[in-house]
Design a protein around this ligand. Structure first.
Ligand code: BEZ
Ligand code: FE
Length: 292
């Protein structure tokens, strides 16, 4: 009988020795996934040839990542984000026809249950920051308006913090909104210009970023989830193309199609029309939903 069949482990045949043990009765997808992972992992170890100390460091890194994770903080997702894996999984699962708006990462600051907001509302509850008027249409691929689409938005403030990171400093549900499009597909709301911010970097993932000489910042953006029955749910952001981190997002979430134009409006009539008391940024962007 061959060494493989006997299950002996050798450096040369390490991949086969492990894959061989996976039962032919097990779930075929699990068998496929585990076989690929074992193959790639062994290939990486053979290429890297870690010392025992280095391997223990890797184990301790994963241990710390687990310890840092709780109901609120998901350090493993953060690890997947900074390695570009979250964006890759998202890209694979949201391939869309030409013309449809593109997805990007969800991030950890979304709240499912948010009071429904009236269209046009100012979601900046503390009135801080540079005012912003955001508007556009939700359309299908043929340019037809989609009415009754739910738009869920959330963003950081002018200091780069979400409400949930500053409980007692920002009002609850600050810079969050949930509303439905009108018959013509139009959406509009008032807000405050967001700022760049660091991803949570006080854990092992932050230490890894620093050790690799990478910064932890995401360029200024605001988040959208747009959904309507019969269409693919769009989870995305709009980015400020003038942000200093636009070409080096820590989580690789930026796509060219998701850059909005933040146009500074100084005309007094327009300022008055929107009820602002100073110049504001006009952001116009249409979202195109793909059918399911
Ligand atoms: C965010 O944009 O909210 C985000 C995305 C990934 C990691 C951390 C934050
Ligand atoms: Fe964000």
């Amino acid at each position: 009988m061959s060494e493989e069949k006997l299950g002996y482990f050798t450096e040369e045949k390490s991949i086969e020795a492990v894959i061989e043990r996976i039962s032919s009765d097990c779930d075929p997808r699990l068998k496929e996934v585990m076989s690929v992972i074992v193959k790639k992992l062994h290939e990486a170890v053979k290429e890297i040839e870690p010392t025992q100390d280095e391997w223990m460091k890797a184990i301790m890194f994963l241990t710390e990542t687990g310890h840092k994770t709780d109901d609120w903080r998901q350090e493993y997702i953060l690890l997947s984000d900074i390695l570009g894996v979250s964006m890759l999984v998202d890209a694979i699962n949201s391939r869309r026809p030409n013309g449809a708006s593109e997805n990007t990462v969800l991030g950890p600051f979304h709240i499912e249950v948010v009071p429904e907001t009236k269209m046009g509302t100012n979601i900046s509850l503390d009135g801080k920051g540079e005012p912003m008027y955001v508007h556009g249409y939700i359309l299908d691929i043929d340019g037809n308006p989609i009415s009754g689409a739910q738009i869920d938005i959330w963003q950081a403030n002018e200091d780069g913090f979400y409400d949930v990171q500053q409980k007692g400093i920002q009002p609850d549900f600050n810079l969050r909104g949930k509303f439905f499009t009108e018959a013509n597909g139009k959406y509009f709301f008032k807000s405050a210009k967001p700022r760049y911010y660091p991803i949570p970097d006080d854990g092992p993932v932050g230490k890894l970023l620093a050790a690799m000489g990478r910064h932890p910042f995401r360029p200024a953006h605001f988040h959208y989830i747009v959904q309507k029955k019969g269409y693919q749910t769009l989870t995305t952001h709009l980015f400020d193309p003038n942000d200093q981190y636009i070409n080096s997002d820590a989580v690789f979430g930026v796509k060219e199609s998701l850059m909005a134009n933040f146009k500074l409006i100084k005309e007094i009539e327009k300022i008055n029309e929107h009820g602002f008391d100073k110049p504001y940024y006009d952001v116009e962007y249409d979202f195109i939903l793909a059918k399911l």
